[in-house]
Ligand binder design. Structure first.
Ligand SMILES: Cc1ncc(COP(=O)(O)O)c(C=O)c1O
Length: 500
């Protein structure tokens, strides 16, 4: 390789301020810098027309440098993505993925808290998400750097999508899971940008804070939103939903499976059945951010169209992944839009081939997936899907225990009727005269973190206890017993301090 004079190795800038040698190729450096001239387009030396011709030549050379990997003449495989040639994935730059062998986890040092195993000692996070993590899930996050289109990762991502189908008890090949970097909110955008068009009607069954927000998201994309607001702590009666559905055509209906602000459990199966009977073309969209992984969802059997969830609640993975399950009917609605979707990152058209390719073990690219998080999701879904009905049963058992203990302490639940009560969290009113700030510090002092109220009309009157994921499924941790004991003591302390 020819040597480059040191004067030319200094940081030459192109006329538009970009380094003339982004790839460090000394031959191109010589070409682009035109000998020793520090400004190749100097006004004094060249007339305007010549300067323009030279600028265009420089720009082309620079672009060919920085986009060299996109050169269509290179022998790239057909990646079948919307932007079809991104990486050369013929050659493996990774090793075969091997799921973490849980038996090789180092044992916790004897003096540490045995319930926290290898994690640094910390207060137990018992809010309704994010939740406590299993060690193996956290360890998956320490996966070494790997390309998002390398065979090892492609396999893991593909398997993870298949595990999402299992989680939703779905075998219908027209159904399609999406896993996209983002939080639960991104799922609302995916629905609002793709499944409904400007001016079409959406019916929101509103059981709290998250119904309000989903409605706002739909409005952002131009939908006409009607809210059917349930009384605080209750669901909207099915008769009222039926009446609303008969009043005008709705493109979609949304309901929050568990509204995290109230702990109210929606009747997803009942609403879906009603919609199919009364308004069969209306898409049934479920906000399952606080329910997937702790509440039963039979996606195919209940004939749902979209369930939006996130990694950090009952799924038991760190925050950062938006997970959306869609039906063939929903995909068709997205594909037969009259107008293009009003979003780019949240466009189903952009993500659909990527998900299909990954699940078919083909590398694909639209936007970079968070590889470590996908490993963590793979680990937790592998654990969860060994026994999906068993997982729901454990959450119900633990929930019954928490609710009975709360009742014994004289605490009323925000969700008034048993059939409306979530199984992964409990929202409970404090005794008259107490506010969350009187009780939460007492809990924290005892190593337990609960959440304050969130529903704006009652926020100062109640607290929320999340008992999802490992907190419910791993009794060895002792999270629930510890929390209930701490709650009893913190309440007594707060009452005493206030002279109640
Ligand atoms: C029911 C529900 N929907 C949507 C969201 C929004 O999810 P995220 O905060 O992950 O964006 C949340 C968050 O807590 C939620 O509880």
């Amino acid at each position: 390789m020819p040597s480059v004079p040191s004067s030319e190795r200094t940081n030459h800038r192109s006329p538009i301020g970009i380094s003339a040698n982004p790839l460090g190729d000394p031959r191109t450096l010589q070409k682009v810098t035109l000998g020793n001239c520090s400004n190749p387009l100097s006004r004094e030396k060249y007339p305007a027309a010549r300067r323009n011709r030279m600028a265009s030549k420089l720009t082309k050379e620079r672009l060919s440098l920085i986009s060299r990997h996109l050169d269509q003449r290179l022998p790239l495989p057909d990646l079948n993505t919307p932007f079809s040639t991104e990486r050369d994935s013929l050659f493996s730059d990774d090793v075969e993925y091997k799921p973490i062998d849980r038996s090789i986890l180092p044992s916790p040092p004897p003096e540490s808290n045995p319930t926290m195993s290898v994690q640094a000692p910390h207060n137990t996070l018992l809010i309704p998400g994010p939740i406590e993590f299993d060690d193996a899930v956290l360890q998956s996050m320490s996966h070494y750097a790997e390309s998002h289109v390398a065979p090892g990762f492609v396999k893991v991502f593909g398997e993870t999508l298949t595990l999402v189908r299992k989680l939703f008890q779905s075998t219908n090949p027209t159904a399609q899971p999406f896993i996209v970097a983002g939080s639960g909110t991104l799922g609302w955008d995916l629905v609002s940008a793709n499944l409904i068009e400007r001016g079409e009607n959406a019916l929101v069954l509103n059981t709290g804070y998250f119904g309000d927000s989903f409605g706002q998201c739909l409005e952002t994309y131009g939908a006409n939103v009607t809210h059917l607001k349930a009384p605080i702590g209750d669901r909207t009666p099915l008769e009222q939903v039926e009446q609303a559905l008969k009043e005008k055509p709705y493109k979609l209906i949304t309901l929050t499976h568990v509204d995290t602000s109230t702990g109210v459990l929606g009747d997803v199966k009942g609403v879906a059945q009603l919609v199919r009977r009364v308004s069969p073309n209306t898409l049934v969209v479920v906000d399952g951010v606080c329910s997937v992984g702790s509440e039963e969802i039979a996606f195919d059997e209940w004939d749902l169209d979209a369930v939006v969830t996130a990694s950090q609640k009952a799924i038991g993975c760190p925050p950062g992944l938006s997970i959306v399950m869609t039906s063939g009917r929903a995909i068709q609605a997205a594909q037969s839009r009259k107008t293009p979707p009003g979003a780019y990152y949240a466009s189903i058209a952009n993500w659909l081939p990527i998900m299909q390719n990954y699940e078919n073990n083909k590398p694909s690219y639209f936007a970079t997936p968070p590889t470590q998080l996908v490993h963590a999701l793979h680990t937790t879904l592998t654990q969860i899907t060994t026994d999906v009905p068993g997982r729901f049963a454990i959450h119900t058992e633990v929930s019954d225990k928490v609710k009975a203990a709360a009742a014994e302490l004289g605490l009323k639940q925000v969700a008034s009727r048993p059939e409306c009560q979530a199984h992964g969290m409990t929202a409970m009113y404090l005794p008259e005269g107490l506010v969350p700030a009187d009780v939460l510090p007492g809990l924290l002092k005892r190593g337990v973190i609960f959440a304050a109220g969130l529903h704006k009309e009652i926020a100062t009157k109640y607290i929320r206890f999340g008992h999802m994921g490992v907190t419910a499924t791993d009794p060895k941790r002792g999270d629930v017993d510890k929390a209930l004991a701490a709650l009893k003591e913190a309440l007594a302390e707060a009452k005493q301090a206030k002279g109640l």
